[in-house]
Design a protein. Structure first.
Length: 459
């Protein structure tokens, strides 16, 4: 391992990154494509009500939340690729069911089937199997970025696809994307020689208690739940209001395109201020408050074109900022040996939020009117702001994984003490049976060479 530490990605790691990012991105694109168009389509769908419309949009989150961690653990037993391929088959089958549906109930079934192809944890585990530790953060970040890119692309091309082929055609498109994902897994992504549990990349059942007892992590889990609750409920109302103020459905992309560009550009200075300027907590709380302000603006003035566009733009600046900073906060906050478990719970919370946001947003629309959906979002954002206000100022930490020689219990305790005493080392967890040490470190004063000298890695 030492002789490759200073190198960039190998050819196999590049193939892994390209292939798995493609699979993840195509799958999320398929899930997101109907967001900007489904509320309009459902108005004329047999059996549809606003509540069932919200359920159809959000129910993928329920099956995804229930199954992604079990599927990840199943991949430890039977292999990553069989689980991922099986999940993509479920996703494609659900897309076909939704595309062929003649009423809202079959679309709900199809969307639930789409979500049951819950392969996120297995994809991350496969990425860990195929990459070296010093490249893993880069590769995981690249795969993770495909979620944001897929969402942005879906907002722009979803209305255009709807104008060309309709919502059933969009569902057939998502089935095709799943088939492309299968081809990438089969022929582009390498097959690992063996699969092992990676505590930094996947959930470990024994560590769930440790993660679920951490109040700072629970605040962040509530945060991503709330963020995707608001996002899903938002798209039960915004497409309808755009139509009300005179924007033809085929032209909705002309609204979303500049909004998404503004949202990306607008969040950048705040990310820099938070990460490099050490202002993470005030920027984070400010973004949550901005979500609430945007929702209140939409509630009060969303029946007018420019306030509606302004409210959506403000919302997405805050949304993108929070979507970028929340995973970083989870990584910094998680125990040194439980980052994968913390991210698994976090992802489950995200998908659960999408489900509850769709169902409760639809119920609110049905019983209180479409504008009340924005008021619901504002209330949930303000509750999040109250909960997040108690968060501790996050440290500027990152993770290190160190391979160890075989140790007995006494030698392990001595080594742990020596590592803990090094400058910049915040936390040390030795897992003797796996032959690794997980470190949480402060990069500003940490020197990896000191660690290597202690554990005997050659220079």
């Amino acid at each position: 391992m030492a002789d490759t530490a200073g190198q960039g990605m190998t050819a196999a790691e590049r193939r892994t990154t390209l292939g798995l990012a493609g699979v993840y991105g195509f799958r999320m694109l398929g899930l997101f494509l109907i967001l900007p168009v489904f509320a309009l389509f459902a108005e004329d769908l047999p059996g549809s009500t606003p509540f069932l419309t919200g359920l159809a949009i959000g129910i993928y989150g329920l099956t995804q939340a229930l199954l992604q961690i079990p599927f990840g653990m199943l991949s430890d037993r039977i292999g990553r690729k069989p689980v991922i391929l099986g999940g993509l088959v479920l996703f494609a089958a659900g897309s076909a069911v939704a595309a062929s549906a003649s009423d809202i109930h079959w679309i709900i079934i199809g969307r639930a089937m789409q979500g049951s192809g819950a392969v996120a944890a297995a994809i991350m585990a496969l990425a860990a199997d195929l990459t070296r530790e010093e490249q893993r953060t880069k590769i995981m970040a690249t795969i993770g970025m495909t979620i944001g890119a897929s969402f942005m692309l879906a907002m722009i091309i979803g209305p255009t696809l709807d104008a060309w082929v309709g919502v059933p055609g969009i569902f057939w498109t998502t089935a095709g994307l799943a088939v492309i994902g299968m081809a990438l897994i089969a022929w582009v992504v390498p097959t690992p020689r063996r699969s092992t549990v990676h505590r930094d990349a996947e959930p470990v059942p024994a560590l769930f208690g440790k993660v679920l007892r951490n109040p700072d992590l629970l605040r962040l889990d509530w945060g991503i739940f709330t963020l995707h609750f608001i996002l899903t409920s938002l798209f039960l109302a915004v497409p309808l209001e755009l139509k009300t103020v005179g924007v033809a459905p085929a032209d909705h992309a002309l609204v979303y395109l500049p909004v998404m560009i503004l949202a990306i550009v607008g969040m950048v200075p705040f990310v820099i201020m938070a990460e490099k300027g050490g202002k993470m907590k005030p920027v984070f709380l400010g973004a949550i408050g901005t979500l609430a302000v945007a929702q209140l603006l939409l509630w009060r003035f969303g029946n007018q074109f420019w306030p509606l566009v302004a409210g959506v733009a403000i919302f997405f600046v805050a949304f993108n900022l929070l979507e970028a900073t929340l995973p970083s906060l989870v990584s910094k906050t998680a125990p040194a040996d439980a980052k994968g478990t913390a991210m698994g719970v976090y992802s489950t919370s995200q998908f659960a939020g999408a489900f509850v946001g769709g169902a409760l947003g639809g119920w609110t629309h049905q019983h209180q009117g479409v504008m009340a959906v924005f008021l619901l979002g504002a209330g949930v954002a303000l509750l999040w702001l109250l909960i997040a206000a108690g968060m501790r100022r996050p440290g500027r930490y990152s993770s290190e994984l160190v391979h160890l020689a075989e140790l007995d219990e006494q030698a392990a305790q001595a080594l742990s003490g020596r590592l803990q005493a090094l400058p910049g080392v915040v936390e040390v967890v030795l897992v003797v049976e796996e032959g690794v040490a997980y470190l949480k470190v402060d990069r500003s004063c940490f020197d990896r060479a000191e660690v290597d000298a202690i554990v005997g890695v050659p220079a």
